[in-house]
Every structure is written in structure tokens, then in C-alpha cells.
Design a protein. Structure first.
Length: 117
């Protein structure tokens, strides 16, 4: 399942993703659990949507749907190592999202000099 997700969701290097940070048509989504975010912070301006809840947050018709997660936006996902982001990305693509990318790990983002909150 993980191999299929990595094949379906393109990887993007942190430096390239940083160019989209202030783009209003792009959202960054942290799919890690709440404790991980409390311990390390998150990408500046990213929304939190735990991988286990991604279907609810991405569904604009659901009461838990996040207004920021619109299918027409470019979605940049990340997690602790890249696997959860790939799985969440595959789910979004299966739901009709078309511009979905995996930036990999939060550590990789930080190591590349990416801004954080």
C-alpha cells in the first residue's frame, strides 16, 4: 500500500515547496498527530489534518471539512518521515484532488531552512 502511495503522489523538494509558501492557491498540511506538532512545531502557516481524519477534513460537504482544503488548491503534505504524507496524498487523489505533493518529513523541511511556527 505504501509503495502504491509513493508511486501516485509526487515528491517535491523542500526548496521548491518553499516557493509556494505564500501562494494563496497552495496549502501545507501536517498529517502528524497533535503531540508531534506540540513537540516540534509545524511548517509556517500549515494546517493540521491528522492522517486518520484526512477524509473528513478534505470532504467539503462534511461537518468536519476544513475550508482551506479545497480540491482545486495545490496541497503539500508532510509528516515525520514521508510515509503518512504519501498515504494521505493518495487518499486525497482518490477523492478528486489533482495537485497533491509530498514534501516528506518535517525534519527535512527544517534542515532545508523552511520557516516554521
Amino acid at each position: 500500500m505504501l509503495e502504491e502511495a509513493f508511486a501516485k503522489v509526487p515528491m517535491v523538494e523542500p526548496k521548491e515547496a518553499m516557493e509556494w509558501l505564500n501562494d494563496s492557491d497552495t496549502i501545507f498540511v501536517d498529517v502528524r498527530d497533535t503531540l508531534s506538532i506540540q513537540d516540534t512545531g509545524k511548517v509556517k502557516g500549515a494546517i493540521h489534518a491528522e492522517r486518520g481524519m484526512i477524509e473528513f477534513f478534505a470532504d467539503q460537504e462534511h461537518e468536519l471539512g476544513k475550508e482551506e482544503m479545497k480540491p482545486e488548491k495545490r496541497v503539500i503534505l508532510y509528516c515525520g518521515a514521508g510515509g503518512q504524507a504519501a498515504l494521505a496524498g493518495k487518499t486525497l487523489i482518490d477523492m478528486g484532488y489533482q495537485k497533491v505533493f509530498n514534501v516528506g518529513s518535517f525534519k527535512g523541511w527544517k534542515d532545508a531552512g523552511g520557516p516554521t511556527d
